[in-house]
Design a protein around this ligand. Structure first.
Ligand code: PLP
Length: 387
């Protein structure tokens, strides 16, 4: 796969390339925001989808056992995790899955812990379901972002029911270590916290090793639910296929009942064959992708460090999203936003949307050809030189 090849996405109804105007108020901005990739999916995925297209019958479909087996095999191979084919439930996305989990396992007013800065839909999922947001902001230390275990315990003592864990963590790119996960599991066991682990970025590890939370929790009395998908890994987000893994049948049944009440239909023949092909034949592609992403992160970091020393790049251990501290420019969050759009002609994710702790930071998506990263940092430098 030639990841350097630029594929033009304008006028394809792409969110990143065609909705920037609606979202940022100007359509001439260079888009490095929404978390999808500007790469084609692996060839076997496209071939499998082509055969469905050629067949041409788009009636109702069902998910075959072979897809379940492909998921089981992938999890075993990549994470050493042993699953049964009946242990997970398909969903049309991780965000809808978390929504249904919140509805099924908590009541109005219940406290749910999140660790900002964090993937911003977590806030609306909690608020729209009228649950209480309990915040445990990550601590920024010299060695990077870490979990504030002391405050976390306070939140748990305050009657939290659920922890919404982002692992790896978007937007700061942490891949939680065995030791961190062990400390988390200890607290969750002590305070009887249901852990919902959003592991959508699990395959995108640039440094270190992803440990499924459920694996870290083995042997402990903790209820754990894991959300996974091939969508970020293979750039299949629009195909709307993800899955929720349960360790206990009773939780799975409760979740399935909740899902049934929503009448969610999701057996799309394209996503079925795409997901199976990705998990069965996409591993080489993924390894090449990870190497390419490492190169993009390196390039971005070196360019910024050399040319804009007031900015600080937080090197991601996982995800293709880079968190950059721009507080050295001494601008308020709104000044920074305006400057990036008007002077930089850039559409980046503003840090404050991930929580107030993110003010003064931006998130840049580097899952694109190197030339696109180069254009992004070129624009940034042009704006910087004018300050
Ligand atoms: C942590 C996290 N969870 C969930 C999602 C979106 O999941 P889905 O498109 O399956 O709803 C994203 C997308 O960026 C994400 O970063």
């Amino acid at each position: 796969m030639d990841f350097n090849k630029v594929i033009h996405r304008k006028n394809t109804n792409s969110m990143k390339w065609d909705a920037t105007g609606e979202r940022y108020g100007a359509s001439d901005l260079w888009p490095m925001w929404v978390a999808d990739m500007d790469f084609k999916a692996p060839e076997p995925v496209r071939e499998a989808m082509q055969s469905v297209l050629d067949h041409g019958v788009f009636g109702y479909y069902r998910k075959p056992e072979s897809l379940r087996q492909a998921i089981v095999d992938w999890n075993k191979k990549r994470f050493g995790r042993t699953l049964e084919t009946g242990q997970f439930v398909f969903t049309p996305g991780v965000v809808p899955a978390i929504n249904h989990i919140i509805q099924a396992f908590t009541e109005e007013g219940d406290g749910i812990i999140i660790q900002p800065p964090v993937y911003y839909p977590f806030y609306s999922l909690i608020q729209m379901n009228k649950r209480k947001t309990l915040r445990n902001p990550l601590k920024e230390e010299r060695e990077g972002f870490t979990i504030d275990f002391k405050n976390l315990e306070e939140q748990m003592k305050n009657g939290a029911k659920m922890l919404l864990l982002c692992s790896p963590h978007n937007p700061i790119g942490r891949v939680w270590t065995e030791e961190e996960l062990q400390r988390l599991t200890d607290l969750c066991e002590t305070y009887n916290i249901l852990v919902v682990s959003d592991e959508i970025h699990a395959d995108l590890v640039l440094e270190g090793k992803h440990i499924p939370f459920a694996q870290a929790a083995q042997g402990k009395q903790i209820q754990t639910i894991t959300c996974m998908a091939p969508s970020k890994t293979f750039n299949l987000a629009s195909l709307q296929l993800s899955y929720v893994i349960f360790e206990e049948d009773s939780l799975k049944t409760k979740y399935e009942n909740q899902l049934q009440r929503q009448f969610v239909g999701m057996d799309n023949p394209f996503s079925i064959v795409a997901a199976e092909a990705a998990y069965r034949q996409g591993e080489d592609w993924l390894e090449q992708l990870l190497e390419y992403l490492r190169g993009n992160v390196r390039y971005l970091k070196e360019f910024i460090e050399t040319n804009m020393p007031e900015l600080r790049v937080i090197e991601p251990e996982g995800t293709y999203l880079v968190w950059i501290d721009m507080r050295g420019l001494n601008m308020s969050a709104s000044e920074l936003e305006k400057w990036l759009r008007q002077e930089g002609k850039l559409a980046l994710s503003d840090g404050h949307i991930f929580g107030e702790e993110g003010a003064g930071y931006v998130r840049i998506n580097v899952a694109c050809p190197r030339a696109n990263v180069e254009e992004g940092v070129r624009r940034l430098k042009q704006a910087y030189d004018k300050i």
